[in-house]
Ligand binder design. Structure first.
Ligand SMILES: Nc1nc2c(c(=O)[nH]1)N[C@H]1C(S)=C(S)[C@@H](COP(=O)(O)O)O[C@H]1N2
Ligand SMILES: [Mo]
Length: 250
């Protein structure tokens, strides 16, 4: 796959799967009504893929919430993090590692120098609150294309600097959410550097997912084939410790 998985790569891979399945049915002697059923299934899967690629609603400046509350970890009481806030995260690094051709360690300047996306979206937390904010940062797809995703990488794991009760906070998404145009590595909220309570200096925005899938205090992006060896194997902090759904699409 040449180290890059674009939107096309994901779709081409998916349609190859469908073609394989359909030709198997066609070869069988079971009859054409089965083929018809397969076609319906084929269309449904296409529809749901298209649905997964659809954009989350974007709002206007006037819709921005006056305050965007901090939830979960809202500060990190380690000497390292406190020192990092003091020098405005000049030494913060974001690693891109795992199943990539070129592992990277990016500075905040590197991240700010990439093409940026700004989006005003609504964040929905399972605890029952929402807030609208304007987020800015490079698309995750830009970082993944630069690093060169290797064939067989199926998930992106996000590592965070904070510990949240039982341990480190981590999350993961599949390649469809990873390559989604609104999945960005945000370093700004409402035109300002990301506040500490909202995950300074970097946090994910995965706009088609619920709030807990948006990791704050981001330190690394890891490409993996399987989630089995990540934490307890369910793909994230909430999934492993509190039984939340891994797929929290909205
Ligand atoms: N590292 C880290 N990321 C996190 C959390 C956390 O506690 N630690 N909480 C999650 C939850 S449940 C929500 S709703 C959002 C809250 O984002 P906010 O603090 O910007 O409101 O961050 C998510 N990402
Ligand atoms: Mo949440």
């Amino acid at each position: 796959m040449n180290g890059t998985i674009g939107r096309r790569g994901v779709l081409a891979g998916a349609s190859m799967l469908f073609l394989g399945a359909c030709s198997k049915v066609a070869d069988s002697t079971v009859g054409s009504h089965l083929l018809g059923a397969a076609e319906t299934w084929h269309k449904k899967v296409h529809r749901s893929l298209a649905d997964r690629m659809a954009l989350a609603r974007e709002y206007e400046k006037d819709d921005i919430s006056p305050t965007f509350k901090g939830n979960g970890t809202v500060n990190i009481n380690t000497p390292e993090y406190q020192a990092a806030t003091q020098n405005r995260f000049a030494d913060w690094r974001l690693e891109v590692r795992g199943m990539v051709d070129t592992p990277m360690s990016l500075s905040m300047d590197n991240i700010r120098a990439l093409p940026q996306r700004t989006q005003i979206t609504r964040h929905d937390c399972v605890e029952g609150w929402s807030a609208i904010g304007e987020w800015t940062g490079p698309q995750l797809s830009t970082l993944l294309e630069a690093a060169g995703v290797q064939e067989g990488a199926n998930f992106v794991v996000f590592r965070c600097a904070d510990r949240f009760s039982q341990g480190p906070y981590y999350e993961s998404v599949d390649m469809i959410d990873a390559m989604h145009p609104q999945t960005i590595v945000a370093h700004m909220l409402n035109g300002e550097a990301l506040p500490v309570k909202n995950g300074a200096p970097l946090r994910m925005r995965v706009e088609r997912q619920l709030g807990y899938k948006h990791p704050k205090y981001l330190t690394a992006i890891e490409l993996v084939a399987s989630l089995d060896d990540i934490g307890e194997g369910q793909g994230g902090y909430w999934e492993d410790h509190h039984g939340y759904q891994w797929y929290a699409g909205i």
